[in-house]
Design a protein around this ligand. Structure first.
Ligand code: NZQ
Ligand code: ZN
Length: 388
């Protein structure tokens, strides 16, 4: 196991009706002038936004609001949010919604305390401070409620890029699984796929002897595989929703990634797809992950066989472990199909003739992508080809 630091100070408030305590927690974490940030309308329709505002009013906390975050959140609204924060001396950003609203809130929190262009942080500038961010989550997926990441698409060039830094971990996150019952099945499935991908980006590693995190990863994957079909067939299944919601958090706050090298190639290749075609992140991952697995499997066939046996219940072929490894990838693809996810480029509307553009926009140049296998631009192009 590698040396590591792990500091994940988010305070979690989990369970039915807990969004009504938002005001109490904003106060506890020092918010006095709040920007409430949300998406394209689901939180208005469900009545959640009204409940959150009532909870802030009950604590006499001043707030202003900015809605309209779209999936694959854009830079334009971030600039608007930063302007509001600076003009009104906002000291706390409260995101109500999914990963997109949360990531946009984190970007605003960064820019509010910075004189330059917030995009600098998405081009690699180190993050030192941000306004405190809190979340009220409505979809189990991105894990942004516990992560130190934010992903934004710049409208100039439609570049989708991530920024990471400890000050971006939410100070508190309210997780009420009931709020996720209104999700369309497609979003539930995309969310489950993203959660699985967060685990798998960490699971396929060159670090040896990481039994604890291997087992944590496998447990989270098994949970998602068991609970997702329940939530899809019965959207109001509270227990399935609750298990998925916590799985999404532990999949990405790094509990299962510490002490081991992680990869993130599939995520980076997916971000180019989301940037170019505006596809839903989870759906893009369902297509990119199996292509990546097929390409890099020979780096450690036994690890892929372990994945097949422990996660998918495949029988170990001791004579030919590669058979078992391949079966695991097939099981993953079958599961994706069973929950309504695409596994091919064409199902996303992506085109093979755009592969050179996808590779070029990624801008690797002479650098490499990922760590399990260090991929060159040529490798990346081949993986996109495998997904066609
Ligand atoms: O915008 P509204 O009207 O709220 O509708 C949303 C949106 O259309 C809807 N929705 C959310 N909760 C709902 C609901 N509809 C009905 N009932 C509810 N309870 O679902 C749609 C998707 O929402 P979005 O926030 O985009 O989903 P998600 O949480 O999957 O976030 C995706 C974004 O997160 C980024 C992705 O790249 C993508 O941009 N990621 C962020 C990460 C991070 N910050 O750590 C890591 C991830 O790997 C990921 O890259
Ligand atoms: Zn993701």
């Amino acid at each position: 196991m590698n040396n590591f630091n792990f500091f994940s100070p988010t305070f979690f408030v989990f369970g039915k009706g807990r969004e009504n305590e938002a005001g109490k927690y904003v106060k506890r974490f020092g918010g006095t002038k709040v920007l409430i940030h949300f998406g394209s309308g689901s939180v208005i329709k469900s009545g959640l936004l009204a409940r959150v505002k009532a909870s802030l009013k009950a604590e006499n906390i001043y707030f202003t609001e900015l809605g309209g975050v779209q999936p694959n959140p854009r830079s334009g609204l971030v600039y608007k949010g930063i302007e509001i924060c600076k003009k009104e001396n906002i000291d706390f950003v409260l995101a109500v919604g999914g990963g997109s609203a949360i990531d946009s809130a984190k970007a605003i929190a960064l820019g509010a305390l910075y004189e330059g262009d917030f995009w600098d942080f998405y081009e690699g500038k180190q993050i030192e401070k941000a306004l405190p961010v809190a979340t009220i989550l409505t979809i189990s997926a991105a894990g942004s409620e516990g992560s130190m990441g934010t992903v934004i698409t710049h409208e100039n060039g439609m570049l989708k890029r991530a920024a990471n830094g400890e000050p971006l971990r939410p100070v508190f996150s309210i997780l009420n699984p009931e709020l996720t019952c209104t999700l369309p099945n497609y979003q539930t499935a995309c969310g489950a796929t993203d959660m699985m991908a967060h685990v798998m980006e960490r699971y396929f590693t060159n670090t040896k002897n990481v039994e604890i995190t291997d087992r944590l990863c496998e447990g989270i994957l098994l949970t998602i595989i068991n609970e997702t079909p329940k939530a899809l067939s019965k959207p109001n299944d509270y227990e399935a929703r609750a298990n998925l919601m916590w799985a999404g958090m532990v999949a990405h706050n790094d509990t299962c990634g510490v002490g081991r090298e992680d990869d993130w190639s599939s995520h980076n290749m997916e971000h180019e797809l989301s940037g170019l075609y505006d596809v839903t992140h989870g759906a893009g991952l369902a297509v990119m992950f199996p292509a990546w697995m097929k390409y890099v499997m020979h780096q450690n066939v036994m690890l892929f066989a372990q994945f097949a046996v422990r996660v998918w219940g495949c029988e170990m072929d001791f004579e030919n472990p590669e058979n078992t490894a391949r079966q695991g990838i097939e099981c993953y693809e079958k599961f994706m199909n069973s929950i309504g996810m695409p596994i091919r480029f064409s199902e996303l509307g992506a085109k093979s003739e755009d592969i050179p553009t996808l590779v070029k926009t990624m801008g690797l140049g002479k650098n490499t992508l990922g760590s399990f296998v260090k991929l060159t631009e040529e490798d990346v192009a081949k993986i996109y080809e495998l997904a066609v």
